[in-house]
Structures are given as C-alpha cells and as structure tokens.
Design a protein around this ligand. Sequence first.
Ligand code: FE2
Length: 272
Amino acid sequence: MSIPKPVYNPPFNVTRASHSVLTVKDLAVSRNFYVDLLGFIVSDEDSDALYLRGVAEACHHSLVLKRARGEPQAERVGMRVFSDEDLEKAKAFFDKAGLPAKWVEVAHQGRTLHVVDASGAPIEFCATMVVKPRLVVAFEHHHGAVPQRIDHFQLLVPDVQRACEFWMSLGFRLSEYISPDGSEELLFVFLQRKGNPHDIVFAPGAGPRLHHAAFSIPESYHFFYVCDLAAEMGFAPISSSGRAAMAPATRSSSTCAIRTATASSSSIPITR
Ligand SMILES: [Fe+2]
C-alpha cells in the first residue's frame, strides 16, 4: 500500500462536486424534510421529481429527489467538469479504461455523461446547467438551516486504496487521509478538486454506497436551530428538555443525526 502520486495534468478537468440524485418513496414527505425543515430552494418540481439548490447556488440543482417504488436509493453522484470538451475527453478516458460510459439526456442539464468508476459507483459528469437566481442575499427565501451550497460526498467502498488511486488519476488531490499508526494503509481518504478540504471522501465498508452528501450552512446556530425544529416536526427524537435529543458531544461538535425522509439506514445503496 502506498499514497498515490498527484496527477498534475489530468485526462479531463473535473472542477467540483455538483449534485446527487436520490430516489424516495414519497415526494411530499421528502419536500417537507428538505424544503420546509432544512430550507432548500426548489428550482423545479413535478409529480415525479424535486430539483433543489442552496441559497448561494446559481446552478439549477445540487440535490435531485425522484419518486420511485421500493427502498430509497442513491441513483447517482454528479461531478461538474469545466467544459463540453472535457466531457469528450472523459468519454475517451472511460472507453479506454474499459469502464461503462454513455451519453444521456438529463433535465435541466447540458450534455451529460454517465459512467461507472473503478469501485462500481454510478457517476454523472456535466459541464453546464440551467442557471437560476442566486438567493444568498434574498433573505425572505432563507429558513431552516439555510443550506448554502453542496460541499462533498462520502461513499463507502470495499477497497479505499483502489478508489483513491482511481480518483487521483483524474486529478483529485489527497487533502487528508486516515491510516493505522506506523502504516500507510489508506482507511479514509479525503479528495478535492475545488480547493477546499474535499469534494469526495471514501471510507471502508460494503459498497459502493452513499454515506452522505454534505452542504455548507452559514453558521453553527442554524445547525442547532434546525435540529430542534426537526424534533418538533417529528424528524428527530425530542428530549425531556423539549429540545432535540443529541449524543453527549453533539452540541459542541456540530454534528447531529437527523432521520432523513429518504432512508432510515446510515448509508444508501448506490445503484447502476
Ligand atoms: Fe462529510
């Protein structure tokens, strides 16, 4: 095991984590959770899908919820590339690597390429989306946690080393990693393209499965407020004090488990 070398001239230019596509059983319940509670902005909706974005985002969507029968699943993780020329280069790269890659039509996006990565995770690349108003100072639209923008994804995969090598071959840089003392075995890897700590994280586990998609919020107050609101709305346990019941360290560590409206398990199967 070893830490892969950075690739300074990648085969195509991925610029950032873009969006995820999840299936849900009941769009109305999911709307209640993601829009009424968490505060996502609705860019578009119909009877089969909900397209959401954060208040600082001009791109059409960073989270897509699709109505489907069966257990909720993560259908796809989306990455943005710089140009349509990069999409052509990506197609050639995946074809040469013998990995699935096909052109698809996706609502509200420009040309889109569906691929499967070295871990078997379904990934979507696009260079453009319909542009919507950025609502970062339109305060009448702010509520809940006021999600700002998508930050990163975390995926569970059985072979973290392999995932790290593959994504670093695409130009992703290793910003942090976790390994046992005295070893370079890669247990967790944090990989980035956009210049902040991470766009995609790989952790060990049966998979590929989506562990979470993370969004930035303005400040920690919104986090605690939305946890209490979640308890009041029935999405989180409530304590005897009338506030959201949290693990002992939670109120000082800014993490909280809120039961999502899409799944009750801690990770979501990612399907092809
Ligand atoms: Fe995370």
